[in-house]
Unconditional design. Structure first.
Lengths: 292, 303
């Protein structure tokens, strides 16, 4: 029985590894495919010749894409929204988590219920739109960065972290004459760099990838973030501007080249930093799932 | 009297905490409770010039009109079906992946597979939808493969019968790895002695997986399952918005996309808010129910 068991186990191990390798290929190939199409010659793309390697590769498509004023401008907007938004996110999330983590904060359970209730019930997009409109935020950056300022789930992660800081630290700080404000900035925040870094990353990616708030609240093309510009190019197929830019460079570029190049340009920053920061995300996810 | 005095003392001593808390509190009141107050328009005939407070009351008019609208029930059907198919096809996928990864002894291989499988989680909905639209186009990758195998090309995104398959399989592609993290964490908490004992009793690896591993993570599976049930009424709104086309509304249009289209694009604010409220209330009841059930089962609160 044992010998048979060992043999069956080996067959299973081999099949398991093959399956997981197949899964990895299924995940990676679509991204790789977009890349090799984007750098290949347009004629080969039209013939459907691009399988494993690029055909007569060049960077012409990327030159055409990165020359496009709309794309460049949308990149700039996304950069602005992402940095401003994340700064607001992290500041407000910490401001919210710290008092809620303090036992002496009178009314803390009332405020906690008030806040957690918003996770379960919300007004919906129409009433939210009316509020943003009433505040005069339509067509401004603030409609993008203010409404998602505090993500309750991340706030809970941060509060859990703050709660693990031992009470003695506060006591000795009080003896040294520090108040709660000082303790927050001088002691608690420096001690919480790991959790703050993780949550900053979560917010950064969220803003980078966000598209619906912009669709809802921004009407001027000059304000569009790149996800929205990308939608117009990649999904709605508005590639005329880039095609004429390519034509002026005498490059043979198809709509397909341009669409995939735009996608690659958008995800490139994530792909580049991903291997280095991946473990922080996983750690944050663990803290959240165990304690959330 | 005495407790009041104590409370007052406590409030005074946390003065700085209130100062810090002020901005977050104002944020929640304006951006979360403001819209809840705005729900009033679901019971009014909202008029932009009169505002929320001064618009005419309409009672349950909007609710009645959508409950008697056959299209509304099509939306409910689409929302529920998409979610139920998600539970059947997506929900087990990360569990399976976690179990398979757990059997890998070659640690470096396991780490690489994990890193790769988490990657799509970080791609935006627009990117994933953009990939789908282009891969599924008549001259796209998938149809190239279909044609090279000698079959007829399919206009995937124009055919209602394909929409749910596309939606769910791309969700599995994007989320299977990230979803497995929580199960892997649970798996690492299973007591190794149990495996030793099972081995002593002559259990092979398959039997160990069934009798030790699965029971070890069953409470996590149960909690996540209940959470999924709690989410039954809401579904990846953005992806549908990006993927659906007129011809696929039949299966693709869900409550939230309808609210956006009719309420916001069609400027039918009150009607949209009423449909949105209907959805929010049912979601709320489902989530509270799921949370209650999870608490009963597990004796630990989810929040």
């Amino acid at each position: 029985m044992n010998l048979k068991g060992i043999k069956a186990g080996k067959i299973f191990d081999a099949a398991n590894m093959l399956f997981l390798i197949a899964l990895c290929i299924t995940i990676l190939y679509p991204i790789y495919h977009m890349f090799i199409v984007s750098v290949s010659d347009g004629h080969a793309v039209l013939r459907g010749d691009i399988k494993l390697w690029p055909v007569s590769p060049s960077w012409d498509t990327y030159k055409a894409v990165l020359k496009d004023p709309d794309i460049l401008n949308s990149y700039k907007n996304t950069f602005l929204y992402t940095t401003t938004g994340t700064l607001i996110n992290v500041t407000l999330t910490a401001f919210c988590a710290y008092p809620l983590a303090r036992k002496k904060f009178y009314g803390r359970s009332f405020f906690a219920v008030l806040i957690i209730f918003t996770m379960f019930f919300e007004g919906g997009i129409i009433p939210e739109y009316i509020v943003i409109d009433a505040l005069g935020l339509i067509n401004t950056m603030w409609a993008i960065v203010l409404p998602p300022a505090i993500h309750v789930f991340y706030m809970i992660i941060m509060r859990t972290f703050f709660q693990q800081i031992p009470e003695e630290i506060y006591e000795s700080a009080y003896i040294d004459g520090a108040n709660d404000l000082r303790i927050f900035f001088r002691i608690i925040l420096p001690l919480s760099v790991p959790v703050i870094a993780t949550i900053t990353l979560f917010y950064l990616v969220w803003h980078w990838n966000s598209f619906f708030p912009a669709l809802m609240y921004l009407n001027e093309k000059s304000q569009y973030p790149m996800q929205l510009i990308m939608r117009n190019i990649v999904i709605a197929g508005n590639v005329a501007a880039q095609e004429s830019a390519a034509a002026s460079m005498n490059a043979m570029i198809t709509g397909q080249n341009i669409k995939y190049a735009v996608i690659i340009v958008t995800i490139a920053p994530i792909l580049v930093v991903y291997p280095f920061i991946q473990k922080y995300f996983v750690k944050g996810m663990m803290v959240g799932s165990l304690k959330g | 009297m005495k407790t009041e005095a104590l409370a007052w003392k406590q409030i005074k001593s946390s003065g700085y905490l209130y100062l810090i808390f002020l901005v977050p509190l104002v944020y929640f009141l304006i951006f979360k409770y403001g819209p809840m107050f705005g729900i009033l328009i679901a019971f009014k005939d909202y008029n932009v010039f009169q505002g929320v407070l001064n618009s005419e009351w309409a009672g349950w008019k909007h609710f009645e009109s959508f409950i008697f609208d056959p299209y509304f029930w099509k939306l409910v059907r689409n929302t529920l079906l998409l979610n139920i198919y998600m539970i059947i096809f997506y929900f087990p996928a990360p569990i399976l992946l976690a179990l398979l990864l757990n059997e890998i002894r070659f640690k470096a291989f396991k780490r690489v597979v994990q890193s790769i499988s988490y990657l799509p989680h970080f791609l935006s909905t627009v990117v994933v939808a953009g990939m789908l639209v282009n891969f599924l186009a008549t001259d796209g990758l998938i149809n190239q493969i279909i044609a090279s195998l000698g079959f007829n090309k399919i206009q995937f995104l124009m055919l209602p019968e394909w929409f749910r398959t596309i939606y769910i399989s791309s969700d599995i592609w994007q989320k299977i790895g990230w979803g497995s993290i929580i199960y892997l964490a649970a798996l690492s908490g299973v007591d190794p002695h149990l495996y030793e004992a099972a081995k002593m009793d002559g259990a092979n690896r398959f039997k160990q997986a069934i009798h030790v591993t699965l029971p070890g993570i069953s409470s996590v599976i149960m909690i996540l399952f209940l959470l999924t049930l709690g989410d039954l009424m809401s579904i990846g709104f953005e992806k549908i918005l990006l993927l659906y086309t007129g011809p696929t509304y039949e299966t693709a249009d869900v409550i939230s996309t309808f609210v956006y289209r009719r309420g916001l694009l069609g400027a039918d604010f009150s009607y949209g808010a009423a449909v949105g409220l209907f959805q929010s209330v049912i979601s709320f009841l489902l989530i509270v129910g799921a949370n209650y059930a999870a608490r009963k089962l597990n004796a630990t609160s989810l929040w």
